[in-house]
Design a protein around this ligand. Structure first.
Ligand code: NAD
Length: 374
């Protein structure tokens, strides 16, 4: 049976309106092909909101996001607003949105598209084993939010940052890890430093307690230093990694590097309940804005994540991913992923969206059983 969902849509600045336009094209196609209704509520945030309302996220705009079933964001920011004082800058809108929505889990997939394998800095033999995992990072606790102190003692300067986690904070992020793994290949790797840190020992205990509620998910433990090595040595072993804030910050950047293009990577931020914030990991790319040059795939895949993790529409999400795979297979590339293969065909942002929509129609009519990784 079809679902009805309201999506708050933040087009933002720079390439934001172009890439979000193409993601909406795909969501509209999903709605039509699979019998759902998506209603959109436009939200001004970032530079555009500063120009219109004198505030990067006016209260009524945040309210719209909180009323919606989920939020889709392009990107915000640009040179025009660089000189504005700190609390009025476009990025402040984003921080207020995250805080207002209470999202404490940031999820970033690391996936290599076999057609773009050459873009990975890893050896071919490693890439060919397949890379398709997701890092669930705790976003609002740990050492970045603990007590801090800088001072002088016995004639020497010192600084201290406290890493602190409560059982509740660990359990709620752990649950997102298990729920995410449940919707993927059922493997969860908990990453910590339990050979040294008390925080990590508590983390490990709580994760294992939670595991009893998820018999369908296999939980393993890994020390963070080992995980950093394994991500470059054999990334094919991972499905979902769950970890605390600072470890996740470092590991998720490492993971995005091994996949190649910044324009291809989506993300989600989740809190309690199913409402999430979905956005590509890149910024507003003012250098290519308004020229039909942007790669919309990171935003389109963000919309696919929304379908899977907020609306539980796994078949539709897989169909969107397979449509992207099909278009890459046909050789269509935006400028950022063009590479040197003369057989590839360069297209703009709009045509890339149109091609993915056409592929989605084909998949909806002919089945969805394709594996999109190497
Ligand atoms: P950026 O990610 O916008 O751009 C970095 C480089 O990648 C540029 O050369 C750009 O052309 C290219 N690029 C990025 N996305 C692309 C896409 N979809 N297709 C093709 N090429 C793409 O980073 P930046 O230049 O450091 O920042 C630009 C602005 O974006 C700044 O104002 C920054 O504060 C803001 N920003 C916003 C967010 C966000 O909204 N979440 C995140 C990061 C940066």
């Amino acid at each position: 049976m079809g679902v009805q969902k309201t999506i708050a849509v933040i087009r933002g600045d720079g390439i934001g309106p172009e890439i979000v336009g193409e993601a909406l094209r795909i969501l509209n196609a999903v709605a039509k092909l699979y019998g759902h209704t998506f209603l959109y509520d436009d939200v001004d945030m970032g530079g555009i909101a500063i120009d219109k309302w004198g505030d990067p996220l006016p209260a009524e705009m945040l309210e719209k996001c909180l009323r919606a079933d989920s939020v889709l964001l392009g990107a915000v920011g640009g040179k025009k607003w660089d000189g504005i004082p700190g609390d009025k800058r476009p990025e402040k809108g984003l921080l207020r949105l995250r805080a207002g929505m209470g999202v404490y889990a940031n999820n970033r997939p690391a996936k290599i598209w076999r057609q773009l394998a050459d873009a990975s800095p890893l050896k071919k033999a490693i890439v060919e084993k397949g890379i398709d995992f997701l890092i669930v990072r705790e976003l609002t606790g740990g050492i970045y939010f603990g007590a801090r102190q800088t001072g002088e003692e016995n004639g020497e300067r010192y600084a201290a940052d406290e890493m602190r986690y409560t059982e509740k904070e660990i359990r709620r992020i752990g649950r997102i890890g298990f729920e995410t793994a449940r919707k993927r290949r059922g493997k969860l790797c908990s990453v910590e430093k339990s050979n040294v840190l008390d925080c990590s020992r508590l983390w490990k205990k709580v994760l294992h307690e939670l595991a009893e509620e998820y018999p369908e998910v296999t939980l393993t433990d890994m020390l963070v230093d080992n995980c950093a090595m394994q991500i470059v040595k054999d990334p094919s072993q991972f499905d979902v990694i769950v970890t605390e804030n600072m470890f996740g910050d470092i590991l998720s950047d490492e993971a995005s590097m091994i996949t190649g293009s910044i324009g291809m990577i989506p993300s989600s931020s989740l809190g309690d309940g199913t409402r999430g914030l979905y956005e590509p990991i890149h910024g507003s790319a003012p250098d290519i804005a308004g020229q039909d040059l942007a790669n919309p795939i990171g935003t389109i895949l963000s919309a696919a994540m929304m379908l899977k993790y907020s609306f539980d529409l796994t078949e539709e999400a897989d169909a969107v991913e397979n449509a992207v795979d099909r278009v890459l297979e046909q050789g269509y590339r935006t400028a950022d992923i063009l590479g040197s293969d003369p057989a590839c065909i360069r297209v703009g942002c709009r045509e890339m969206g149109e091609r993915i929509e056409a592929a989605l129609r084909f998949i909806a009519a002919n089945g969805n059983g394709k594996d999109t990784t190497i």
